[in-house]
Design a protein around this ligand. Sequence first.
Ligand code: CP
Length: 313
Amino acid sequence: MSDIQFDARGHLKHLLTLEGVGRQTLLNLLDRADSFRVIPGEAPRRHTWLAGRTVANLFFEPSTRTRASFELAARRLGADVLNLDIAASSTVKGESLQDTLYTLEAMNVDVFVVRHKDEGVQALMASHAAPHVHVLNAGEAHVSHPTQGLLDAFTIRRHKKDFTQLSVAIVGDIKHSRVARSAVRALVTLGTRDIRLAGPKSLLPKKGDLHGEFCTDADEAVAGADVVMMLRIQKERMQKAAVPSAAAYFKRYGLDMRRLKRAKPGAIVLHPGPMNRGIEIAPEVADGPQSVIREQVTNGVAVRMAVLQSFYT
Ligand code: CP
């Protein structure tokens, strides 16, 4: 599947997954993103890299961060942006994804940003897209969320210079997490060896599904970590309740100040959002000095600008 995302020169034509994306390509994207980073309060520069291009956001699942940041990224690069309201679109009347693609291509859409609950949808669209069209995965089932993986790596690199020396703890609903899968893929490619994946047994994936050391003890996973990434419990991807009560879950797996103190001094805390405060993370940690959660959101715009720009340079 990953072959489809490269052109004949080996450059990214689509971004469907971080599987198969090499270290140098990842680093090039992170370096590009550095040039686009704007801190809140500063006026973002207007660019023209995508002038005359049209980017369509097709979100078949809800989103705040990813959708808004793709829209801002595209506009800051000079593109026109179409946000298709899926609930009010002809999808509801049974129009296929392929026909939706062809219809919007006929209106000169050049880039499709797609989030979908089903696996393989973005690859299917890429395989049917016109040669000049790019498809970007904005979240695919539990499988992949490549721009989230990139923005997590970008955020970590701003605070911790050497990926090869890092200990990273990812805690929560690993089983249903496309964020964990893409973050782990990026970290492994960048040389991180010590990755701990912690959660209740019912929320851990099958062995071999994901690179890392699996454990059910959050205290053990967080001990000595440089980076702690907390994940949301994804009730929407569960057939039935796979976790005990919220209070019991928080006690065993939530990140409060006591548990965070087990990490290295200066450890940073990430969360892809949206957060369930008091379930996987305590408010004083989410809003505390070690949290880079809002910075992740800022960086998401820069990373998405980098990916979009890379298609047109
Ligand atoms: N992190 C993330 O994908 O957030 P949204 O669902 O709000 O886009």
